[in-house]
Write a protein that binds this ligand. Sequence first.
Ligand code: GLP
Length: 244
Amino acid sequence: VIFESSQDASIIVAQEIATLIKEKSAANKPCVLGLATGSSPIKVYEELVRMHKEEGLSFANVVSFNLDEYYPMDKNNIQSYYYFMHEHLFNHVDILPENVNVPNGTVSPEDLHQYCIDYENKITELGGLDFQLLGIGRTGHVGFNEPGSHFNSRTRSIILDHITRADAAPSFLGIDNVPRKAITMGVGTVRSAKRIVLLGWGLNKASILKETIEGEITGQVPATYLQEHDNTTFVLDQGAAAEL
Ligand code: GLP
């Protein structure tokens, strides 16, 4: 779906999430949301915060799982995704702290493998993700599933691609400060979501979105695996859709 602007699009996506939260709440069920970081979802979160403050949208039944976190990474570090999510969403709504899940970038290397299995199991035990919000990296990654990721991969640690680290360099004041690893939900974790919305804004994303949407399905562009998911919408602005 192509919108005039990312602002208009973000409002529609936020409305879909709000409707789902309310439906689940009316049925006395948790709403399990898979959430993303990066610049792309910021306006969606802004709109959800506005709905909470002005329209009384409650997040009391929301259980959230973030896609990824740098590794190693302290929660209090302003570059952490933990910090990002609290700044942009969690600190401004009534989600219960115990219902917030962001991969923990301080787990010891010995415990990391089991930690990832536990993260994945927690999602499964809740009945899976009801909704997964995604951005896309210029390597075609979703979460931090870099080229080479298997379509059935699950939550695990991963080595970041050079392009990904270069794109992150400005916020870390130099590429040398960007962690070399991350924890990410897998492509399989993402694909098991009942509904997926991928956001793409701006000319900078036009080329990778053409490959993602119209290209051959390949592990070299992990986002192409979404073509096989039967309830995914790619939500783009004019710039991002320029090469379609
Ligand atoms: C990072 C995140 C991804 C995100 C991507 C794009 O790599 N791990 O989940 O989609 O950045 O970020 P942006 O939305 O800022 O373009």
